[in-house]
Every structure is written in C-alpha cells, then in structure tokens.
Design a protein around this ligand. Structure first.
Ligand SMILES: O=P(O)(O)OC[C@H]1O[C@H](OP(=O)(O)OP(=O)(O)O)[C@H](O)[C@@H]1O
Ligand SMILES: O=c1cc[nH]c(=O)[nH]1
Ligand SMILES: [Mg+2]
Length: 224
C-alpha cells in the first residue's frame, strides 16, 4: 500500500504519482501535456484508493479448467465522484478509468479572487451550478479537485455534499494541498479523509500554493 498517514491528511506516495506531479509542476509543461498529466494522475489516484482504502472479498470462480478462489473489490458499484468545476474535469476523467461505473456529481464552485482573502485566510466562493446524486450509506464518495489551497472551495462543496446523505466514506482527493487548506477541513469536517499527492509549503499573498503548479484551471483550459 502506498498511502501514508500524515495526521490531518493521507499522502498518496506511489512513485508514478510523484513523477506525474513533477511533470505538472514544471512551467515547461504546456496545455495538452498538462491536461493529460491530470488525467493520468487521476487514474493513478483511483487505483491507489482502491488498493489502500477499499476492501476486497474472496469468492469462488470457475475457470475453464477448475474452480478456484478469486478476489474482488467490494463496493465498486457504490462509488460517487464529484467534479468541482472546472480544474477537476481532467482529473475526474482519469478517476473514472479506475471507477468506470461511478455515479457522478458536478458542482461549479470558484474563488472570488478579486475580493482577495479575508482576515481568516478564506475566499468568498461563487457557486453557479449544483447537480449532485443522492448519497446512500453504502457509498464511497470522492470529491476531486486538483488544488486544495485555503480550503474555502472544498469547505463550501462539502456543505452541499453533506445535504445529499451520509456515505460510508467521504474522501477529498487533491493533487497538491497547502497546510492551510488541510487544517481548515480538519477543523470544519473532522470525519472527512483528505487524500493528496503532495503537501506543499505555504500559500502566497494571493492564495496560491507555493511551490504548487500555478493555476490548474488556467493551465488545463489555456485561459489566464
Ligand atoms: O482551496 P481554495 O483556496 O478554495 O482554492 C482551490 C480552488 O481553486 C481552484 O479553482 P478556481 O477557483 O481557480 O476555479 P477554476 O477551476 O475554474 O480555475 C482549484 O481548482 C480549487 O477549486
Ligand atoms: O495554487 C493554486 C491555488 C488555487 N487554485 C489553483 O489552481 N492553484
Ligand atoms: Mg483557477
């Protein structure tokens, strides 16, 4: 298993995840490679969640030659993936390769960057569109967003997701997290598991993660 417990967050430490994140961090990585990198990272993270978080059960299987014992992942049909528009879109595309039958939710939530951070280090969050499935007690819910910076976006998204039901597991999945965002979620949602490939150093005065990878949405969608 390549998930390491870091207290308020769990690190996905697969070597290929770290390798792919390094490509994403590089300023040399242009739009297409950046988008493909997010898809690849989503797929690796999905496999890591299956390997490190989900359970398996033995079952009897008949091969062409004989009966033997096989093993299956439990709960693959009870997975909900939530796409936080817009930067999560390629990340979710990768996750869906690991969870092809996931039910999906979409929420458009973005930071009011012109307003800046308040004295508590939070942004106002604009929510424009919400379409979330009902959540059942069997579900594993994965809220995907490549960046967890101040945690303002994810805290807002979690309020909406909570209204849809109480799942077996509620996971926040990011590629890069800042300590500030991890602490905010731990204080407000102590029962939520934060999974991330990297915990970076700090936020700059504009709320960007340092060293980070820049603005994930802008790099994936070629906007400024
Ligand atoms: O933890 P926070 O401080 O809230 O920052 C993280 C959010 O910022 C980015 O989205 P952004 O608001 O830039 O929207 P975009 O995906 O449309 O670019 C990112 O994808 C997160 O949703
Ligand atoms: O560093 C950051 C912070 C928020 N959103 C991003 O895309 N990057
Ligand atoms: Mg953005």
């Amino acid at each position: 298993m390549t998930i390491e417990d870091r207290g308020e967050a769990k690190l996905l430490t697969h070597a290929l995840a770290r390798h792919t994140l390094t490509d994403l961090r590089s300023v040399e990585t242009e739009q297409v490679a950046f988008r493909k990198g997010l898809v690849k990272l989503g797929r690796i993270c999905g496999y890591e969640i299956i390997d490190g978080i989900m359970e398996t059960a033995y079952e009897t299987v008949q091969t062409p030659l004989t009966e033997t014992t096989g093993e299956r992942v439990v709960g693959m049909d009870d997975v909900v993936i939530i796409n936080v528009l817009r930067a999560a879109t390629p990340f979710v595309e990768g996750l869906l390769k690991a969870f092809p039958r996931a039910r999906q939710g979409v929420i458009s939530a973005s930071r009011d960057e012109e307003g800046g951070m308040d004295e508590e280090g939070a942004f106002d969050i604009e929510v424009d569109y919400v379409k979330l499935p009902e959540i059942t007690p069997e579900d594993t819910v994965i809220i995907a967003d490549p960046m967890l910076a101040t945690g303002s976006t994810m805290a807002t998204v979690l309020e909406y997701v909570r209204e849809m039901g109480d799942p077996a597991r509620l996971l926040v999945l990011s590629a890069v997290s800042a300590p500030e965002g991890i602490v905010r979620l731990d204080e407000q949602f102590p029962d939520v598991d934060v999974l991330t490939v990297a915990i970076d150093d700090h936020l700059d005065d504009d709320g960007y993660i340092v060293p980070g990878l820049g603005d994930a949405g802008d790099r994936a969608f070629r906007t400024t």
